[in-house]
Design a protein around this ligand. Sequence first.
Ligand SMILES: C[S@@+](CC[C@H](N)C(=O)[O-])C[C@H]1O[C@@H](n2cnc3c(N)ncnc32)[C@H](O)[C@@H]1O
Length: 309
Amino acid sequence: MLHHIPVLLTEVLTIWHAKKGGFYIDGTLGLGGHSEALLKKDPEAQVLGIDWDPQSIEIAKERLKKFGSRVFFAQGNFKNIKKIMENLKLPKTDGLLFDLGISSLQLENGMRGFSFQKNGPLDMRMDPSLDQTAEDLIQNLSIEELEQIIKNYGEEKKAKIIAREIKNHALKTRLDTLKLSQIILKIVQPFKSKGVSLHPATRTFQALRIATNNELENLKFILGETPDLLQSGAHSVWISFHSLEDRIIKNAIRDWAQGCICPKDFPQCVCQKHKEFINLTRKAIVAGEKEVLQNPRSRSAKLRAVEKI
Ligand SMILES: C[S@@+](CC[C@H](N)C(=O)[O-])C[C@H]1O[C@@H](n2cnc3c(N)ncnc32)[C@H](O)[C@@H]1O
């Protein structure tokens, strides 16, 4: 079976598990690593596992079947958690987890198109029933639109020239992952992040994946719904892998954890804003050296969490 090592597992178990025997939601079930650990830790806990990727759900179902009726599964975008909970007649949750991004299952299968090291179609859809692949996106965007995506979602300085070259090639031939990666190799030098050498195509692939799956919009949407999904005392935990996601989460937490925002010299509050959450992580929790050595993917993980008042 394919292996995906759950990141920050000890920290997730401590924070996500807010109440013994509670009802938990894993919004990004993946291969079920975090959920399995929680179900083992607390023999009375129940988990609803959601994933957009039908193949991940099938693998997680097999892995978690030993927990019987303590686990519920739903294939779909976590944007739709409210509807999923209504359909399954589930109560508000005691703990919500989002371990964002893609799993090893998705990355290591060349046919899914996420990897610049494996040949395959330029697909990148988390849910293969989505209308538009990354290649369709490239075909449908203008050079300027593609440049904005690579610049904003990939934080890539050479976005302009990359976008131009990609569109030039896309006019003449079909693009696959290796062709795209070769185009970028001619433009971008290898670079380092946190002491680790990264492939020149890392940032452009990230940008195309985010755009193909509307990842930032999904995240913003579910952050907006989060207060309604949680019981009082429940915890919500997010693990993100790039600064764009982390910034969105950090800003949402800052807003929730802040009470009245009236100017100090107002005699009484007129804004009616109440503090809804306690921020459980003033600074994001990151993986220690040992974990990064065992699981290089954890090097860019940032965990933030809140408690609903
Ligand atoms: C990093 S993996 C999760 C790994 C999991 N925690 C484990 O231990 O196996 C992220 C998962 O989130 C899923 N995902 C990403 N965006 C999603 C969305 N909007 N809705 C539902 N699932 C999503 C991906 O399909 C992927 O399986």
